[in-house]
Design a protein around this ligand. Structure first.
Ligand SMILES: Cc1cc2nc3c(=O)[nH]c(=O)nc-3n(C[C@H](O)[C@H](O)[C@H](O)COP(=O)(O)O)c2cc1C
Length: 200
C-alpha cells in the first residue's frame, strides 16, 4: 500500500479481532519504522512499552474505562518518553560525527532544555506523536488497524508499567485487525479554519 492510501485508509478503530496475532516480524517492522521518526537533537527520547501480560492488559483496560481496544488489540503499546534524555549519555546521539559537531550539539541541547520543564515535556509529546503516526501508517500499510488512545487514567497506567519518575506517558496505541469497520469519517473543518498564510 502506498503512503497516500495508508493515510487515507487509517482510521481510529474501536473494535478489534481478539483472535488476530501479529507475527513477530510485523511487530518488529512497526517498531523499526517508529524509530525512524525524527527527534529534536536526535535524542530518541521515546520509549515503547509493549504490554504482553494479559493480567496487566486487564488492569489497563479498567484504567481505560473498559475500552475494548485495550484487551482485544493484538498489540498494545504505551508510548512514553524520557524527559531527561537531553542530559543522559548524550555522546551516543552523534557518535559518528566530529568532536566539534558533538560539542556544538551538546551545548545547544543543554541550552534548550536546561531548567525548562515545559520544553522537556513538550519534546516528549512531540517525539511520541511523530513515532505514533509512523506506527499507525506502517500498520495500515501492512493491512492492520490502529487506535491512538488518551482515554485512560495516566497515573494508574504509570504505576502498572513502573514508569520512572523522569518519564512521561504520551498515549497508548492499540494495533490489530478491525472486526468492525470504523464509522464514516467525521466532519473535517474547512481549510479557512485551519490554514493561514503569513499570520492569523
Ligand atoms: C491523541 C489521541 C487520543 C485518542 N484517544 C482515544 C481514546 O482514548 N479512545 C478512542 O476510542 N479513540 C481515541 N482517539 C481517536 C480519535 O477519536 C479519532 O482519531 C478521531 O475521532 C478522528 O477519527 P479517525 O482517526 O478515524 O480519522 C484518539 C486520537 C488521538 C489522536
Amino acid at each position: 500500500m502506498n503512503l497516500f492510501d495508508a493515510i487515507q485508509q487509517r482510521r481510529a478503530v474501536k473494535t478489534f479481532d481478539a483472535a488476530c496475532k501479529i507475527p513477530e516480524q510485523d511487530v518488529k517492522k512497526i517498531l523499526s519504522m517508529a524509530r525512524l521518526s525524527p527527534t529534536a537533537y536526535n535524542q530518541q527520547n521515546y520509549r515503547f512499552v509493549i504490554i504482553q501480560d494479559p493480567g496487566i492488559r486487564e488492569k489497563i483496560k479498567t484504567a481505560a474505562h473498559g475500552q475494548a481496544q485495550v484487551s482485544d488489540a493484538s498489540l498494545l503499546i504505551v508510548l512514553c518518553a524520557d524527559t531527561k534524555a537531553w542530559e543522559k549519555n548524550t555522546e551516543q546521539y552523534w557518535s559518528n560525527t566530529t568532536a566539534d559537531l558533538q560539542k556544538a550539539k551538546l551545548q545547544a541541547m543543554q541550552q534548550y532544555y536546561l531548567n525548562r520543564e515545559q520544553a522537556q515535556r513538550d519534546e516528549a509529546m512531540r517525539s511520541c506523536a511523530l513515532a505514533a503516526q509512523n506506527m499507525m501508517l506502517t500498520a495500515k500499510a501492512m493491512h492492520y488497524d490502529s487506535c491512538p488512545m488518551i482515554g485512560f487514567d495516566f497515573d494508574a497506567v504509570a504505576k502498572l508499567i513502573q514508569l520512572p519518575a523522569d518519564h512521561v506517558i504520551s498515549m497508548m496505541l492499540a494495533i490489530g485487525k478491525a472486526s468492525q469497520a470504523a464509522l464514516p469519517r467525521f466532519p473535517q473543518l474547512a481549510d479557512e479554519q485551519l490554514i493561514f498564510f503569513d499570520s492569523f
